[in-house]
Design a protein around this ligand. Structure first.
Ligand code: DQA
Length: 147
């Protein structure tokens, strides 16, 4: 099967961006690890990043029927975007919500996630390794669905 790894705003700056919070691994390195991990599991992984809310919504629409699931780090749109939430609900795309940092241990405005209500589950606080845990979760979800 194929899985989408979708990263939202400011995640293109990983490695340079607040390394005390987000670490020193770049998005290119995370994406390479996702491709390797997918290959180990016998699945394809496609990685997309955008800083634009509408482009993220388009990517979710386009994933329908193409990808068996999506790892979504929606960045700050996690806490604001009813549009992204609605796109996931509308497409019924299986989504694992992912954050590098533990959003529940940070500022109160990061505790609210619009994605959580339409995701299979949420992984946060494990840094880049979280992406691989999220892919494992999607593979398990596909198996549960008989895939
Ligand atoms: C983040 C957490 C969000 O609160 C923040 O806006 C981000 C990154 C994370 O991966 O920890 O941009 O999604």
């Amino acid at each position: 099967a194929s899985f989408l790894v979708l990263n939202g705003p400011n995640l293109n700056l990983l490695g340079q961006r607040q390394p005390d919070i987000y670490g020193s691994t770049t998005l290119d390195q995370i994406e390479a690890q996702c491709l390797d991990h997918g290959a180990r599991l016998g699945h394809d992984v496609v990685c997309v990043q955008s800083n634009h809310e509408g482009a993220l919504i388009d990517a979710i629409h386009q994933a329908r029927g193409v990808h068996a699931g999506c790892v979504l780090n929606a960045g700050a749109y996690t806490h604001t975007s009813i549009g992204l939430m609605d796109a996931i609900a509308a497409t019924e795309l299986p989504v694992v919500e992912l954050h590098l940092s533990n959003i529940h241990a940070r500022e109160p405005f990061r505790h609210k996630s619009y994605i959580a209500s339409v995701a299979i589950g949420q992984i946060c606080g494990f840094g880049p390794r979280g992406y691989l845990l999220a892919l494992d979760a999607l593979v398990g979800n596909l198996r549960d669905r008989g895939g």
